[in-house]
Ligand binder design. Structure first.
Ligand code: SF4
Length: 330
């Protein structure tokens, strides 16, 4: 359904005294998502995961690599040619409070994509919006309400109704529950899980919350400073993480006691600036297992560490001429 091939997204921004600086938000991301699959993209703030989501839908332009949707390269489609893309793929944003126009009723907000990208008009459009509200669990009385009359969870349900109005096959969900109260988060996640199953939707689910991704996604990709450092089946990655960054992220999650992994190094320090990427492995300054002279000089290649499980870390890089990498994988 969706394929990212060596995707790069760099932004030119103004520095001090009018100088130009380049923010390297995404640096060579490759990822394939099959139709009907739910894939989580996790990482700290500043890892580039939201930019990947936006680039997948052409909400920001790729500066290198390619985005393929259903096998079609959409990377350089002009604005006029993006209409079919809007029907196929939609985004749900983090903050439902700012995603809805305060001057539009729910009816108008949910009808917006139908007005822009379909021929559904008049009563048929009204009926379709009422049906969409039913799908997201809101009664018809909400049709004529304004955003200020809705709770956070109701607003996010309206945003989801709007996102599925055109029957898209792919939804990119960017932290869709993180602006909501904890009690409401659980309801929305449960609803999203059921919706994905019932509609056979493909999800790219962006989150910093690993527990949420474990609940919703069968596969997970871990991003650090614009690159995927580990990817695999969620249970494989969570039960036996290979990359030291994944291990550190998991060590910070308060799992139920039985699932709590023992002896993992916590995460220290901050993500380096995407303006000035470190040489070698971009995680080396924070990594408790870094190999001096290797990790700070050479970018680690991706290697298979299990069935459909890959990571980019020198601990697993095969030594030249065969055999184990520089250090036992442990
Ligand atoms: Fe740590 Fe080196 Fe692996 Fe990077 S490549 S995660 S620095 S061991």
């Amino acid at each position: 359904m969706l394929e990212l091939r060596d995707l790069h997204v760099h932004f030119d921004v103004s520095g001090r005294r009018g100088s130009r600086i380049v923010v390297r938000a995404v640096n060579g991301v490759s990822l394939k998502i099959a139709r009907g699959e739910a894939v989580g993209l996790v990482g700290e703030s500043g890892s580039g995961k939201s930019t990947v989501g936006k680039a997948a839908l052409r909400l920001v332009d790729a500066t290198g690599g390619a985005v393929l949707l259903d096998g079609e390269d959409i990377t350089r489609l002009g604005r006029a040619d993006q209409r079919p893309l809007r029907r196929k793929a939609q985004m749900v944003f983090q903050d439902p409070h700012s995603a809805l126009n305060p001057r539009m009723t729910v009816l108008r907000s949910v009808a917006e994509p139908l007005i822009l990208h379909s021929d559904v008009r008049g009563t048929a459009r009204w009926r379709r919006v009422a049906e969409l509200l039913e799908i997201v669990g809101l009664e018809r009385q909400f049709l004529y309400r304004y955003p200020h009359e809705l709770s956070g969870g109701q607003k996010q349900r309206v945003c989801i109704a709007r996102a599925i109005a055109l029957n898209p096959a792919l939804l990119v969900l960017d932290e869709p529950t993180s602006a909501l109260d904890v009690s409401v988060q659980a309801q929305i996640l449960e609803f999203l899980k059921a919706l994905q199953k019932e509609m056979g939707l493909t999800f790219l689910f962006i989150s910093h919350n690993l527990a949420v991704v474990r609940y919703l996604c069968a596969r997970v990709a871990v991003m650090y400073l614009g690159r995927i450092v580990e990817e695999g089946a969620t249970e494989d990655v969570f039960n036996a993480p290979r990359h030291p960054y994944t291990e550190a992220l998991l060590s910070a999650v308060p799992w139920p006691e039985a699932d709590q992994p023992a002896g993992r190094a916590p995460l220290h320090g901050d993500v380096p600036s995407p303006v000035d990427l470190p040489p070698g492995c971009s995680f080396h300054a924070r990594c408790t297992r870094h190999i001096a002279g290797t990790c700070d000089a050479l970018a680690p290649p991706e290697v298979e560490v299990g069935p459909m499980h890959r990571t980019a870390c020198h601990l697993y890089t095969p030594a030249p001429g065969g055999g184990q990498g520089p250090v036992s994988a442990g």
